[in-house]
Design a protein around this ligand. Structure first.
Ligand code: ADP
Ligand code: ADP
Length: 222
């Protein structure tokens, strides 16, 4: 079952920068795929097009999850948490935007926080947390809607290596448990190979697929 299908997708920004394509990409439901490539090769652009945060200049982007109730979870490189409110309210935000009452959303928020190991930090403020913990909160916020598709844009790039290694392992465990389709953007060969079932290598210009490799050893990893 196809979760994401891109056909002949290109993106040219208003200033004339040709950022992508033409790109063809098929991702199956439940797959963990990395988009790997140097800075500027169009990885973030591809992710934003998949999320529907930007429109392609040509071609088609087909992501059934965008029309589903669960939709898409997006994690950005910067944690982008609201500093004036608690971890709990930060994670609640997507459900609040979906007009869910607090009484209904609170157990889901607490579940999502437990999934990322931060159940005890619901009342903390973002400034009280380490970089790794802030990233966990971002992940919980993306998972709180039980999204069909999880998109991660270099989520751990700003973290130290040990924290990053822990978060990689926790993300893998979550993926195995939840069965969500994951698209993980990174410029780290190590991270792409360690995490993914399939690595899509993009060229720097003009942002096409250079190669794909399947990481057989990674599936299933019990
Ligand atoms: P990556 O995520 O692989 O680093 P991006 O998708 O961010 O690549 O960028 C691809 C190209 O598009 C780069 O040359 C970048 O400078 C350019 N670009 C990205 N966003 C914009 C924008 N909003 N306006 C103009 N150019 C952009
Ligand atoms: P991460 O790997 O998520 O960045 P840290 O290395 O910052 O986590 O911390 C490891 C663990 O120590 C956290 O998951 C958390 O349970 C606990 N911890 C970190 N900072 C604090 C804190 N300020 N108060 C209490 N416990 C903390």
């Amino acid at each position: 079952e196809v979760a994401i299908r891109l056909r002949g997708v290109t993106k040219t920004y208003e200033n004339g920068t040709r950022a992508l394509g033409p790109l063809d990409l098929d991702i199956s439901k439940g797959e963990f795929v990395s988009l790997l490539g140097a800075s500027g090769c169009g990885k973030s652009t591809a992710l934003r097009l998949i999320a529907g945060l930007a429109a392609p200049s040509s071609g088609s982007v087909d992501v059934p999850a965008r029309a589903s109730r669960h939709g898409i979870g997006f994690v950005f490189q910067e944690p982008t948490l609201m500093p004036w409110t608690t971890v709990r309210e930060n994670v609640r935000l997507p459900l609040k935007l979906a007009h869910m009452a607090d009484a209904e959303s609170t157990p889901r928020v607490m579940d999502a926080l437990a999934q990322v190991g931060l159940a005890d930090f619901a009342d903390a403020y973002p400034r009280e947390l380490s970089g790794g913990m802030k990233m966990r909160v971002s992940l919980a916020r993306a998972l709180v809607t039980s999204p069909d598709v999880l998109l991660l844009d270099e989520p751990f790039a700003a973290l130290d290596e040990i924290t990053r290694f822990r978060l990689n392992n926790d993300l893998l465990a979550l993926w195995r448990q939840l069965g969500t389709t994951v698209v993980f953007v990174t410029h780290s060969v190590y991270e792409a190979v360690y995490l993914s079932q399939r690595v899509v290598v993009m060229t720097s210009r003009p942002g096409r697929v250079h190669a794909e490799c399947h990481i057989d050893a990674s599936a299933p990893r019990d």
